[in-house]
Structures are given as structure tokens and as C-alpha cells.
Design a protein around this ligand. Sequence first.
Ligand code: ADP
Ligand code: MG
Length: 316
Amino acid sequence: MADSEFDLIRRHFATLGAPRADVLVGVGDDAALLAPQPGRLLVATVDTLVEGTHFLASDPARSVGHRALAVNLSDMAAMGAEPAWALLSLTMPAIVEAWIAQFASGFDALARVHGVQLVGGNTTSGALSVAVTVIGFVPPGQALLRDGARPGHALYVSGTPGDSVRGRLHPQASPGLRDRYLHPEPRVALGLALRGLASACIDVSDGLLGDARKLCEASGCGARIEARSLPLSEALLAAAGRDEAERCALEGGEDYELCFAVPPGHEAALLERVALDPGLGRVGRIGQLEETRGIVVTRGGVVTGFSQSGHDHFAR
Ligand code: ADP
Ligand code: MG
């Protein structure tokens, strides 16, 4: 690596995120040296954002840095894991210091909120893309998997899905919604709170309907979702109207909310936990798991065209 590149890394990436005692060697050597907590399982995930596919050249660099980490923290949340370490592989066509500084500040701010330290990475030239790896911890037996839901369990979603897609497609119309796309809030605290309560969990990256279907397929059951029960934001309802808001929530994607199943015996404890801790955000009961495969979406009890058979894996 050229000296200038090493300087670049030192300037922008040497001390991102929260300093952690379990990082023995971070950025600067050939590899990071990490001290995992005894008695914990490691949880690892990686996600790549490619310009033109997962973000736009016109998106603020700060948002790209935020989202590159957020999508991975969302996967940690969906596992009920506590994130600890991140690695960043950054591919750029040219070195634009101002862009890199903004990118790094977006990454840094979110990493600090979640106590995550950037411990290494790679910097190379090519078409703009960002790959982030996050590693975290979960006690044995406590991870939230996709396959534990059963017929009769309630289906919940966090936050207000649909805001992000509306904000991305209509950037001028409502700045509040656009910020939900640019700076999604990964539900890490909620994921931790769902340990021992949720029977299955997935994060909503591709759209609530599609991701709920993945959870159902993994669990070997189906679900019935009531569109009128979707927790929609006032901003989305005002911008899009009720029907379109429901469509955004069901099909939009990039919400980075959690969709999870809760056995009947755990619902009261869930609602109490959420009521006591504003940091967990809101959760909404949107339906229940059923024996019959596939997703049935009703509006006021009447079956809608959003419904999907459980057998057509290539629908949409
Ligand atoms: P090597 O050639 O041995 O793989 P590099 O010279 O590529 O190492 O990187 C030097 C150090 O800088 C390593 O610790 C690496 O993890 C770190 N690093 C490189 N790029 C980044 C980046 N974008 N973000 C964080 N750390 C980085
Ligand atoms: Mg080396």
C-alpha cells in the first residue's frame, strides 16, 4: 500500500466508533486481534452496498456511512445479538477527501451509539461500493432465529414501516420521511429485549410482506396480516394517503425494522417491556401465524390482492 493510502486510513478510519477493551489490536496491523467474551457465541454478518443499487451517487456521504453500518446492525438486532466489532471494505473510483470524511463521520456516529469499534478493513480502487462486517455476541440458546414461530403466535413489527421507501422515491416532498431512508435506526435494543420473548425474528430489508414470508417459510407455517393494523406514521399517511401508505409498508423495504412472532403467553410481558423503555421504540401487532402456508393480507377482514401463496417462491 502506498504511504498516501496509509495516511488516508490513519486520518479517517483509525479510530472510528467506540473504543473497546476487548480490542487488543485494531486498525494498523495485518489483522485485528480480538478477545471474545468467554461463554458467549459470536454472531457474524456482512452486507455490501453498491452505488446505483443500494444507494445513489446523490445520497449524502454521511448517509452512506450510516447505512453501511446500519444494515449490519439491523441483522445483529434480528438475531438478538449485541454488536461489538466492525470491519469495513471500501472500494472507491478516486480519493475524494471530503466524501470520505463525511462517510466516516456517519459511520462513526452510529458506531458510537451502539458501542461498536471499527477494528480493520480494506481500501481499494474500483466502482464505489462499501462492504461492512459486524461481529457481536449472544449467550448460548438465546439467539432469535427465523424458524421458531408456530400457528397461533402473534406477528409484530417495530417502528413505522413504509416511511423509508416513500422518502427515497419522493425526496423533495417530505424531509422527515427522506431522513428515515437516509438514516435508518437499527433496532438493536429491541432485539436484545426480545430474547426469551419472541419465538422468531427477521429484520425488514426487502419489504415487510417478503420478509414476513421468509420468517413463515423458515418456521413451516403461514400468516394472516391485517392491513388496518399496520403501524403507519402520520407523516406517511399525510404524504401518501391510507391505501398507498399500506402498500409502502407492506412492499417498500429498507425499513430495517424487526418483524417477529410472539407466543400468546409472552405478549403481556412484551408490551410491558416496551411500555417501560422508550428506547425500544413502538411495536405493533399486525396479525398472527397460521397453519396454512402463504401470507393472507386482509383489510378490515376482507382478503386483499397483497396475499401471496406459500408455494410460489418466485412471486414479485
Ligand atoms: P494488509 O495489506 O496487510 O491487508 P492494509 O495495508 O490493507 O493491510 O491495511 C492496513 C491496516 O489498515 C489494516 O489493519 C487494515 O485492517 C486497516 N484498514 C485498511 N483499510 C481500512 C478501512 N477502510 N477501514 C478500516 N481499516 C482499514
Ligand atoms: Mg498484511
